[in-house]
Design a protein around this ligand. Structure first.
Ligand SMILES: Nc1ncnc2c1ncn2[C@@H]1O[C@H](COP(=O)(O)OP(=O)(O)OP(=O)(O)O)[C@@H](O)[C@H]1O
Ligand SMILES: [Mg+2]
Length: 227
């Protein structure tokens, strides 16, 4: 199955921040949505989620910070049950175990409230929650930018391993081309609310065509920069 959205656009304060954009996403593919800050990545991500949900597709969204997804006054157990209820699913202990084990939170105490877990564990819980209903697409908006680099890398690796044999498509929103290249096969480059390039990750790395892709590519090797 292919997920398709047509002519998504957004106007804020009289300004077009997303120009009409149509996309096709094959199930099981891993796509990066990259662009500089303010290029419209989150706007497009939300528009895709809304458009696909309107088509009754199963779409999960993981925000940048677990604070956006978790109520500080509610336990993890409450959040999990709420997520199941929202999708009309009965409580499924074996699914919960599978996801907790995949995201390495199997030994965590679910009676706790969010602040008592590390940020990395919180974000892994949010990702596990997003996968409860086995979505057609999971959209992750800068999912690891609030985490330290080691925890961030590990989180993405756990997600990659879990999705490896599944038909779930992934849209990874990031301004970090280095992170994207490790996890996606296709890159969509946004600049000023327009898709300026949409090609294989390898193709864009080897021969970026647009100024935006060239700029991202030039600045991707943080490790090689002199400190
Ligand atoms: N409510 C709003 N009113 C006016 N401008 C807005 C509004 N929401 C977003 N914008 C502008 O739209 C543009 C795109 O915003 P968006 O958050 O989608 O960018 P982004 O690529 O996700 O940026 P970042 O990497 O910083 O998260 C930005 O220039 C932003 O300032
Ligand atoms: Mg954003």
């Amino acid at each position: 199955m292919t997920l398709q959205v047509f002519d998504l656009s957004a106007i804020r304060s009289g300004q077009a921040i997303l120009h009409p954009t149509s996309l096709s996403i094959e199930l099981g593919t891993r796509i990066g949505l990259v662009g500089s800050s303010g290029s419209g990545k989150s706007t497009l991500g939300h528009a895709i989620v809304d458009a696909l949900r309107a088509q009754n597709k199963r779409v999960a969204h993981v925000p940048q910070s677990p604070d956006e997804a978790l109520d500080p006054l509610r336990s993890f157990k409450f959040h999990w049950h709420e997520a199941e209820r929202a999708l009309d699913l009965a409580h499924d202990v074996s699914k919960q175990r599978t996801l907790f084990s995949a995201l390495k939170i199997e030994d965590a105490d679910l009676r706790k409230r969010p602040w008592s877990w590390s940020r990395g564990m919180q974000q892994r819980f949010v990702i596990a929650m997003a996968l409860i209903g086995t979505p057609d697409l999971i959209v992750l908006d800068e999912p690891t930018s609030a985490l330290d680099p080691i925890v961030a890398a590990k989180t993405m690796e756990l997600l990659r391993d879990h999705l490896a044999d599944k038909d779930v498509a992934m849209l990874l929103i990031t301004h970090d081309l280095g992170l994207a290249t490790q996890h996606v096969d296709r890159l969509i480059v946004l600049d000023k609310g327009k898709v300026v390039e949409d090609a294989s990750t390898h193709g864009i790395l080897v021969a970026p065509k647009s100024p935006a892709a060239k700029s991202l590519s030039t600045h991707r090797s943080w490790l090689s920069l002199p400190c």
